[in-house]
Each structure stands twice: as structure tokens, then as C-alpha cells.
Write a protein that binds this ligand. Structure first.
Ligand code: AHR
Length: 514
């Protein structure tokens, strides 16, 4: 019935009457690079993300590790080619004092994790451990500065400690005594985190003045590489004026990016189970995930008013699904990861790719054992989640050139509201191969998609798919490979037009060769 009834469909957010999914790709208009940093991650001192999930300590763990970092985690993240990692929070960063976590470990001051359960941390994972791990992973570190209980001086000294040349100051001497002579040259710095809430409950006007103090002092040295400073932007539509306030009042030479946060959560007071959810809860979560399109577009539009050349990057440094904590995971914000999360990841990454002219970094929350994690651990066991597999399949878009896509999609109806069933993004990599990533969020029907390709002569097509019979399916420690990518053969090409049949609740990545 679906194909013979004219339904309301989507073209760049405009509604038109049409009866099938149709995509036009314009390789002849491909100019924007999709920054690999869109595929970044976030690791906070929260639950079992850092301690136990990533860091098990050098001495007493039976889990194989390199300088205390689990070898299985290192391998999984290297395979994923994670481009950057944000640390130490999140809200944790808003009360973090970096100097307490350097020097001999037995002398480090223990702290109370004020944001996430008030439990005691021994600070054995600090600046050296994090930055050395990033080097091992080949990932750019992204540090979040404490703008709430910290000070401008503390932030300035962190920049000196990690970026200034050996022998230039008291702080670089301490760094050398702690085993590191050459600087790490950290480029990405977040100045504050959620300053409208856990980061200090500030007004945007107050934040902007304070931000200018931090941003000015952190860079008033010729002794550091140019920093990429990221200001705190909105975490919901009520905060849109934060973007306006920053764009209007912070001089261009004082900032390079604005961050926004958006979680796909049904209801903050009733988030629902991560793997025992109803079809209705599934649909509501996906609707929240689709809101990212509007959130990015509106922020980007406001930035255009002051910055039509798009100098300032929009950084989505927290995103993902958020459900009730699963007590079996034994850690705050631990949740299972299912095909629902694969759908969130697939469609969100398509949104970021399609906005690559403005969105130049993003960080999935969070890497291990927290929220929409790519990795779950249980003692010496590790599993890769459906979200991991989507990130791995989408690696082909890292630093590739975006191919503009015009999409007409059938509807998926949620609570009487319509969202597109199909999402698409495409790019051409350095070797000239085109990749097209598609999601069908509809968990009741497959979707036929016709893709017309302009400006690229396609010779053949191959593909991979991630799906399962139910959206509640995921990988468990007992069955770790239940949901893994498979070869996909339901795509054919004729006259430069692809015919693709997307099974229900699936993520597909196609590769075209000339
Ligand atoms: O990612 C979990 C938390 O969500 C972060 O600490 C905070 O910034 C956000 O509210």
C-alpha cells in the first residue's frame, strides 16, 4: 500500500508529494571536506569509563595493558581510527584540578568525584596518562578546562605544562621531572562545559565575559602552537541565545569553535530501558535523534549571520542515546547498546556529514561503559557494540569530499508526527571511490531507494549492512557477535542509477568504483 499511496515526503526538510524514496547525488558539486574529527569520542571520569573500562593501572591488574591502559581497548580504538578524544569531562571537568593528578602516583591527592556519585578517585589517571594514551592511539587530545571551580591561572598553566618547549619554565621542568620532556602540543581546548548548568549555572552574558578572560590569557604566549578554542554553546533549544551571544560579543581572534550538546532521550524523568523498550519508545528515541538536523541547522544559521564565511566551527561534543542505567553494568550511566543505537549513530553521522561545511568536530558520549558506548567491558571481557560497527563502517567518510545529496523519503510516523524513514550521506575518498551511507529507521518495513548519480560514472557497487531482526538486539558478553556487519548485495546499478532495497532497521554503506 505504501508505494501506491501518495505520502508526504521530505526534500531538505520541505514537504512535497511523492511516492517512493528518491536520492539525487551531485558529485559535480562536491567541494567540502568531511573532517575526520566528526568521528571523535569522549571519555569522562564517570562510572566505569576511565577506571576499569580504559585504565586498569600498571601494577596490579591481570588484564593485559600498556602503561595501565587495557590492550584490548587500545586495539579496538586503533582499529576504529578514532581521530580525537575529549577528556576529562563533561561535568567532571567542571570541578577538576589537573595539578592534583601529576607526579608520583602514591603522592597524588585523592579526590571525590563530585559530579558522578561522590566516590573516591586516586587520580592515577591524569594529564600524562591521558596524553600518552592519545599518542598511542594516534588520536588528537581535546582537553576541557575547568571554568567553574577552576581559575584563569590554572588554565593558563595547563597550557604551559602540556604545550611549552622543554626548559622554558618552572612548569616544563616539573613536566620533565615527571618523565616527559617534549610538549604534547594539544590543539583542541574546550573553555568550560555546560556552563548554563553543571559548569556554573551562568548567564550567557556572564559566560562570554569570563570566556574572554580565559581565551585571552591562554594564548598570550608565543611559546605554544595556535590553540583551537571552543566556547560553550547551547544544550537545548532554550539556549539558542548562547550562540548569538558568543558570535556577537567574542572577537574573532579569541575563538575557533562553539560546542553544542544533544542527547536522544525520550524524557529526562523517565528514560526507559536500554534494551527492553517498546516500539513506541524506539520511535520516540529516533524522533529525538532526528532533532539533531534542526538543532545543527538553527545554530549554523545563527552563526551564518555573523560568520558567512564559516570560519567558526560548530562542534557537537556530546551526542548519543541516553537511557536508564542498567544495574548489571555496575557503573553510573552504564547502558546496553542495540540496533536502536546503530540507527541513532547512522542517521546522526549522516546529518553531520551533510553539514560538514559547519560541523567540523563531534564527540560521541561516551567511549567505554557509559551512555552510547562503542565498547563495553566486564572484567577481562570486551565487546564491540552495534554503535562501534556503525562508526567502523562510516570510517570511509573520514576526510573524504562530501557529495551533496537531495533526499525524498517516505515517512515514519511517530505519535502522529512524521520523520523521514531514510537518511543518506555520500562522499568521494582520496582514491576516487564514492561511498554512500544509508539508514532505514523504519522497524516495520523495508524501503526501496532509487539513487541517481550525477557527475560520477559508476562502474560497480558493493556494500556492507548492519541489521538484526529486532531493534532490541545487541551484543552481549555471552553472544558478542550477534550484531556484526555483513556483506550486502541488494543494490544494483543501471544507467548510473542505483536501486537499493534497505531492510527494516538497517544501516548500509555502499562503495562505488568508477
Ligand atoms: O555525558 C554525560 C554528561 O552529560 C556530561 O558530563 C555532561 O556534560 C552532560 O550533561
Amino acid at each position: 500500500m505504501r508505494n501506491i499511496i501518495l505520502t508526504t515526503c521530505w526534500v531538505f526538510g520541505t514537504t512535497v508529494l511523492f511516492a517512493q524514496n528518491h536520492v539525487s547525488l551531485h558529485a559535480d558539486m562536491a567541494t567540502t571536506q568531511i573532517s575526520k574529527h566528526i568521528y571523535g569520542h569522549f571519555a569522562e571520569h564517570l562510572g566505569r569509563c576511565i577506571y576499569d573500562g580504559i585504565y586498569v593501572g600498571e601494577n596490579n591488574s591481570k588484564i593485559p595493558n600498556t602503561n595501565g591502559v587495557r590492550n584490548d581497548v587500545i586495539k579496538a580504538l586503533k582499529d576504529l581510527q578514532i581521530p580525537n578524544l575529549r577528556w576529562p569531562g563533561g561535568c567532571f571537568a567542571d570541578t577538576y584540578h589537573w595539578k592534583e593528578a601529576i607526579g608520583p602516583k602514591d603522592k597524588r591527592r585523592h579526590i571525590e568525584n563530585l559530579s558522578w556519585g561522590n566516590y573516591r578517585e586516586d587520580n592515577s589517571f591524569g594529564t600524562h596518562e591521558f596524553l600518552d594514551m592519545c599518542e598511542l592511539l594516534g588520536a588528537e587530545p581535546y582537553l576541557a578546562v575547568n571554568m567553574n571551580t577552576g581559575s584563569v591561572q590554572e588554565a593558563v598553566e595547563w597550557v604551559q605544562y602540556v604545550n611549552h618547549a622543554n626548559g622554558t619554565s618552572y612548569l616544563t621542568d616539573i613536566r620533565a621531572e615527571s618523565g616527559r620532556q617534549k610538549p604534547w602540543n594539544v590543539k583542541y581546548w574546550g573553555i568550560g562545559n555546560e556552563s548554563w548548568d553543571c559548569g556554573g549555572s551562568m548567564t550567557p552574558e556572564y559566560y562570554v565575559n569570563l570566556y574572554k578572560q580565559y581565551a585571552t590569557a591562554m594564548t598570550s604566549y608565543s611559546n605554544t602552537e595556535k590553540l583551537f578554542r571552543i566556547a560553550v554553546g547551547p544544550g537545548s533549544p532554550e539556549h539558542y541565545h548562547w550562540t548569538e551571544e558568543i558570535m556577537k560579543n567574542v572577537p574573532a581572534r579569541r575563538f575557533e569553535g562553539i560546542s553544542i550538546h544533544h542527547y536522544s532521550v525520550i524524557d529526562w524523568s523517565n528514560k526507559g530501558s536500554s534494551d527492553q523498550f517498546s516500539d513506541k519508545e524506539y520511535a520516540l528515541t529516533i524522533q529525538k535523534a532526528w532533532f539533531m538536523e534542526e538543532f545543527v541547522s538553527k545554530n549554523s544559521g545563527m552563526m551564518d549571520k555573523y560568520d558567512p564565511e564559516k570560519r567558526v566551527a560548530l562542534i557537537v561534543d556530546e551526542w548519543g542515546g541516553w537511557y536508564d542505567t542498567d544495574p548489571e553494568g555496575k557503573g553510573a550511566l552504564y547502558q546496553q547498546n542495540t540496533i536502536r543505537d546503530a540507527m541513532i549513530a547512522g542517521l546522526t553521522l549522516n546529518i553531520f556529514n551533510n553539514h560538514a561545511d559547519r560541523v567540523r568536530m563531534a564527540n560521541l558520549a561516551q567511549t567505554v561503559n557509559v551512555l552510547q558506548a562503542v565498547i563495553l567491558t566486564k572484567e577481562e571481557k570486551l565487546i564491540l557494540t552495534p554503535t562501534y560497527h556503525v562508526m567502523e563502517m562510516y570510517k570511509v567518510h573520514h576526510d573524504a569530499t562530501l557529495v551533496p545529496a537531495q533526499v525524498i523519503s517516505n515517512d515514519f510516523v511517530v505519535d502522529g508526527k512524521r520523520i523521514p524513514a531514510v537518511s543518506v550521506s555520500a562522499s568521494i575518498d582520496k582514491s576516487g571511490k564514492m561511498h554512500i551511507s544509508l539508514t532505514n529507521i523504519d522497524n516495520t518495513s523495508s524501503q526501496k531507494v532509487e539513487i541517481a548519480i550525477n557527475g560520477y560514472k559508476a562502474g560497480g557497487v558493493s556494500g556492507r549492512i548492519l541489521t538484526a531482526s529486532k531493534v532490541q538486539d545487541g551484543n552481549t558478553f555471552e553472544n558478542p557477535k550477534k550484531v556484526v556487519p555483513q556483506n550486502f548485495s541488494d543494490a544494483s546499478i543501471s544507467n548510473n542509477t542505483l536501486a537499493v532495497n534497505l531492510p527494516q532497521n538497517s544501516v548500509v554503506v555502499l562503495e562505488l568504483v568508477k
